[in-house]
Write a new protein. Structure first.
Ligand SMILES: *Cc1c(COP(=O)(O)O)cnc(C)c1O
Length: 382
């Protein structure tokens, strides 16, 4: 790749006056650990999700997945079915509880879990299914639920890409068996780093509160007043997975902007679809983005031009990404049990992620679309 300057990066986090103001306030409070901002953050996220389910804030999306798997009772020797086309954090969280990922294929249209492929892999050791929403798509929640009910499986819904999306009017996060979000630096909403687990039961909340605080039975109600108890029991395996006040404070500023963030990301995707849909070698996502807060805009290009396409865009100052290399391509998972993966193994060579920001200017969008069109014109002229 050349070193021409990057004009449009893949990501551009929305850090404005409000985020910085909240961060300064949280620092000046000098209660740097988990405290009152975290309580407010959890309450505000639950309100945003329009749910009376419980929100437990944690340090990362990976931590949220790990804890959700513990809550689902997944452990040593169990299997969890998940698309090979998923984030490494999911595979590692499954290993972290002593279980093994089993790789299924994805749906050709949405690149989300293919439920027929998943159903064919259910075995004696299968304990849970871990579907995820990809980029601009919600997965088929009804089909996930039917499969889980039929086989008595728990569902850990990875909604890292779909914070702010809806499905039949309901907010994503308000209806799944167990749901998780990530608020890492590049997601629709960021806490710098952060995550959340959404659960139904009080008892699960108490366990999550213990597990995120290295197992300490320290009441959250005390910590939420910027205080701590000095005596407590430790009754189970835990981790240092809590969310600090500073991160929650930044998240609160972001949460207030979700309507604008959603609108901007959606209109950016619509612009891309309109412009890039006309380029003959480019396949755009077949959706109008009506219900979603899109996280990742991707296109498919012919496998044999994909690498040249990425170099060509880079030369035109546009950064691109690949989400993702499939799980069975990594040495750690090369022996993982899996079904046939025809869609995964086709799209892995075709997908390219294009820049998408919450405050993307029309100029930046135009620049990307022009670069894509220009690349293919030159390809053809030779
Ligand atoms: C980002 C992401 C995660 C992991 O979240 P972190 O906060 O980065 O640990 C998990 N799953 C998916 C689909 C993601 O995009």
């Amino acid at each position: 790749m050349t070193d021409s300057p990057i004009h449009v990066p893949m990501y551009d986090p929305l850090i404005e006056r409000e985020e910085i103001g909240n961060a300064v306030e949280a620092l000046e409070m000098k209660w740097l650990g988990m405290g009152e901002y975290v309580a407010r953050f959890e309450r505000s996220v639950a309100e945003f999700l329009e749910t009376d389910r419980h929100v437990v804030a944690v340090s990362t999306g990976h931590a949220a997945l790990h804890l959700a798997l513990r809550i689902a009772g997944v452990g040593e020797g169990d299997e969890v079915i998940t698309p090979a086309f998923n984030n490494v954090a999911d595979f590692q969280a499954i290993l972290a509880v002593g279980a093994r990922p089993v790789f299924c294929d994805v749906d050709e249209r949405t690149l989300c879990i293919d439920l027929h492929s998943a159903a064919a892999l259910v075995g004696e050791r299968t304990k849970a299914i871990l579907p995820m929403d990809y980029g601009v798509w919600n997965c088929d929640y009804d089909a996930v639920e039917r499969l889980a009910e039929w086989h008595g499986l728990r569902v850990i819904h990875d909604a890292a890409h779909s914070f702010g999306s809806r499905s039949r009017g309901r907010r994503v996060g308000s209806f799944s068996d167990l749901c998780m979000f990530s608020f890492d630096p590049v997601k629709n909403m960021t806490c710098i780093d952060g995550g959340a687990v959404i659960v139904r039961d009080e008892a699960d909340v108490e366990r999550l509160h213990r597990m995120r605080l290295i197992g300490m039975g320290q009441p959250a109600s005390v910590m939420y007043q910027n205080q701590r108890a000095w005596t407590y029991d430790v009754s189970e395996l835990g981790y240092r997975y809590h969310m600090p006040n500073l991160h929650a404070a930044i998240g609160l500023a972001q949460l207030a902007k979700m309507p604008e963030i959603t609108e901007r990301r959606r209109s950016a995707c619509r612009y891309y679809n309109e412009r890039l849909g006309e380029v003959s070698d480019v396949v755009v996502p077949a959706t109008d983005f009506a219900d979603v807060c899109p996280f990742l805009y991707y296109v498919r290009v012919p496998a044999e031009t994909r690498d040249a396409f990425r170099v060509g865009l880079r030369e035109r100052g546009i950064e691109t990404g690949i989400h993702w290399q499939p799980g069975h391509r990594f040495s750690l998972f090369e022996d993982a049990r899996r079904g046939p993966l025809p869609v995964t193994e086709r799209i892995e060579h075709e997908i390219v992620s294009l820049p998408l920001h919450s405050n993307m200017t029309d100029k930046a969008l135009e620049r990307v679309a022009d670069a894509v069109a220009d690349f293919f014109v030159e390809e053809r002229v030779g």
